[in-house]
Design a protein around this ligand. Structure first.
Ligand code: C2E
Ligand code: MG
Ligand code: MG
Length: 688
């Protein structure tokens, strides 16, 4: 055991030496001796002994009590008083100096040793405790956590400086009442926190941990994570609980933001598909309990949004979407949900409708609101939408069904020209399914080339001579027999299958034309119908060139038929392609003319060869005065613009006479010949 060093302060020289000898004898180190107060303070500072033995009455001005006080506060050294008197007032003064011992003279050496050992031990324990407290305080400050220590017996809590600062308070502004903490916790969180604390104190949980909002001095809510642990006596009863408080506001805000983002559309801030489906699901749950309360889904899709986006750019497209989202919200009630599913698609959940009319009224309001004024400064034209409506239906239980049904109805609205709404009915679904099925079958047909190309002669009215033939495709369906083009061309267009189909027809027609040209009809041409998507295909000209080269047909043996609406879709593009085709020596006919909306001005700019009068006019000849007038006018336009005019769908002698009287050059129709197999074209004509 290493012995401590001692400073002896004693005015009587003999006593001082006696103590010194005795202690040295026992192995203590005597750091020094002093007989005056001032000297004692000085030596304590210089020598830093483990202990000071202090006589109360000393030489000089300063007595032992005064010296001890100074030493305590300046150097924190333990002091034992040695004194001969023990009167009350001296004792009282001595106590103020917080001595570690008090020995009355005269004393035995072993009494002194016990007092020294106890004082040194007590002092070193105190220092250790203080150091560990300081370390703890430092660590806590480093961790940025607030600390609390709850004496459960007294029901007092010590809150650390940092704990208070976290809530915007200074040390003296918060007392040690547990209420200082609990009363500041957010109302919605308080009960839970209190219950969890009690549960832990009662020993039901291994520790206490909670995230909650607590009021800051500035009135805002701070999100904190609070952790705590109870200290228990031998019987397991908690008498103390302590823990930390961490500010997690930033993390919470990031979490909230993430949660919000994952359920909302970034551009419009509207609920996204996930949130919409969630709300719809809840609404459906609710409907099971209250089946009399109806709801409806509206599927809204802007008409021709792609055109705006492609021609004016995405920034304008985005503007339009935002403007639309605002208008949609203005058309519904607060409990309804307007959501953006993506692109230009919106879904609306009308939480309560009393009947179908209720839902259509909202749809009408939306349509009117969207077109009321231009939504964009840059687009001086208003935007329309197509709306599909699905109403609550006891047979449907899945949210997906509702959205799909509304979507199907929306497509129907679009197919009918847009700017309208349609209510879903089950036949729509059947149609949609049939369409899907057909797409699959069509794919199969492309692979197995289930095609038949028939040819219908186009003859000169004057002499019945066949000038050309139009190639018309049929689908030889393995189960359903021959299917006419109008039943599948649309699906082929939508699915993109029109490309391989169109190529097939071109190749077949060119091959057949070469045959005819070699066997006595050197000037014959073949007409091939080109659909919208084929015409938009950048590779069309290249493909045609290649097929002509492959089959050996001269370009003037091929005539392409495009409809008016296809030609008008993108005027500049059409002119460009038509010029390219013309440069190759390939002619183009405008099919189904009169049906669409081309202005005559545009017609002049197209490098065309042929106008085909739509058969609906021909068939109405002598029935409908308008048709008479239109037919007459188209023949005149053709002559003015130097175009050949073909009347298609001529079925009767009356129609023929009418056309003859107006000097129409060419006709095509059942009167002369039905479409037929390539090999039969000239045979049957000969028979006529
Ligand atoms: P279209 O190009 O206007 O073809 C003329 C249609 O009128 C043909 O119908 C033809 O059979 C029919 N027709 C001809 N004369 C008469 C008549 O006197 N009375 C009546 N009622 N109809 C007559 P089809 O073959 O059913 O073809 C319908 C449409 O399908 C075509 O109209 C064309 O737009 C399209 N189509 C046909 N083949 C193809 C093809 O290979 N590719 C593309 N993209 N479309 C095609
Ligand atoms: Mg045609
Ligand atoms: Mg036609």
């Amino acid at each position: 055991m290493s012995k401590s060093s001692v400073l002896i302060v004693e005015d009587e020289q003999i006593v001082s030496m006696d103590i010194k000898n005795n202690l040295e004898h026992l192995g203590y180190i005597i750091a020094g001796q002093a007989d005056r107060g001032e000297d004692a303070v000085k030596k304590a500072g210089e020598l830093r002994p483990d202990l000071i033995l202090m006589d109360i009455s000393l030489k000089g001005e300063m007595d032992g009590i005064e010296a001890a006080s100074q030493i305590r506060t300046q150097f924190d050294l333990p002091i034992i008083f040695l004194t001969a008197f023990a009167n009350q007032s001296t004792l009282e003064r001595a106590r103020q100096a917080e001595p570690y011992g008090y020995i009355l003279k005269p004393f035995e050496t072993h009494e002194l040793v016990i007092a020294i050992e106890m004082a040194v031990y007590k002092h070193s324990m105190e220092r250790k405790l203080r150091e560990s407290e300081e370390r703890y305080e430092l660590a806590a400050r480093g961790a940025n956590d607030g600390l609390w220590d709850w004496n459960l017996k007294k029901n007092e809590i010590h809150y650390s400086l940092r704990w208070k600062a976290m809530l915007g308070f200074k040390e003296e502004e918060i007392g040690n009442n547990p209420d200082e903490w609990l009363k500041r916790i957010h109302r919605e969180d308080r009960k839970r926190v209190q219950e969890n604390i009690i549960s832990h104190i009662n020993g039901n949980t291994p520790h206490f941990e909670n995230e909650y909002r607590i009021k800051h001095a500035n009135g805002s809510d701070v999100w904190v994570l609070c952790r705590g642990l109870a200290v228990r006596d031998a019987g397991g009863n908690a008498y103390r609980m302590a823990g930390s408080q961490t500010d997690i506001t930033t993390r919470k805000m990031a979490e909230d933001r993430l949660a919000y983002d994952s359920l909302h559309d970034v551009l419009t801030k509207l609920p996204n598909r996930a949130l919409f489906m969630d709300r719809l699901e809840h609404r459906l749950e609710n409907a099971k309990r209250h089946p009399k309360q109806l709801f409806a889904i509206l599927f809204v899709d802007l008409d021709r949004f792609k055109v705006v986006n492609d021609s004016l750019g995405h920034a304008v497209g985005d503007q339009l979407i935002v403007a639309t989202s605002q208008r949609l919200q203005q058309c519904v009630r607060p409990g309804d949900t307007v959501s953006r599913l993506g692109g230009d698609e919106f879904a609306i959940l009308l939480n309560e409708v009393s009947d179908t009319a209720d839902a259509t009224r909202v749809a009408d309001r939306i349509l009117a609101r969207l077109v009321s004024t231009s939504m964009l400064d840059s687009v001086k034209r208003s935007t329309t939408a197509s709306i599909g409506i699905a109403l609550f239906d006891v047979n449907s239980t899945k949210p997906d069904d509702y959205l799909r049904n509304a979507d199907t109805a929306m497509y129907r609205a679009k197919a009918l020209g847009g700017n309208r709404h349609q209510i879903f009915d089950s036949t729509m679904h059947a149609n949609a399914v049939a369409l899907l099925e057909m797409e699959g079958e069509l794919r199969h047909a492309v692979e197995h080339q289930e095609w038949l190309v028939e040819y219908q002669p186009i003859v000169s009215l004057a002499d019945n001579k066949i000038l050309g033939v139009e190639a018309l495709i049929r689908w030889m369906h393995p189960k359903r027999g021959l299917i006419p083009p109008l039943k599948f061309i649309n699906v082929a267009e939508e699915s993109g299958l029109i490309h391989p189909i169109g190529e097939y027809v071109l190749r077949a027609a060119c091959t057949q034309a070469v045959k005819w040209r070699k066997t006595g009809y050197p000037d014959l041409w073949v007409s091939v119908n080109i659909s919208g998507r084929q015409f938009q295909d950048q590779k069309l000209v290249k493909t045609i060139k290649q097929i002509l080269a492959e089959t050996g047909l001269a370009p003037d043996g091929l005539l392409l038929e495009i409809t008016e609406s296809v030609a008008m879709k993108d005027f500049n593009y059409s002119v460009k392609i038509l010029k390219e085709l013309n440069a190759l020596g390939i002619h183009v006919a405008l099919d189904d003319f009169g049906n669409g909306y081309s202005s005559l001005g545009y017609l002049k700019s197209f490098p065309l060869k042929v106008l085909k009068i739509d058969k609906s006019f021909i068939q109405d000849i002598a029935v409908n005065k308008n048709s008479d007038a239109i037919t007459t006018a188209i023949i005149a336009i053709g002559r003015t613009l130097n175009l050949e005019v073909v009347a298609e769908g001529v079925e009767t002698i009356n129609q023929l006479e009418f056309l003859k009287a107006r000097n129409c050059d060419r006709i095509q129709g059942f009167l002369h010949s039905h479409p037929m197999n390539g090999n039969d074209v000239f045979k049957s004509v000969k028979e006529m």
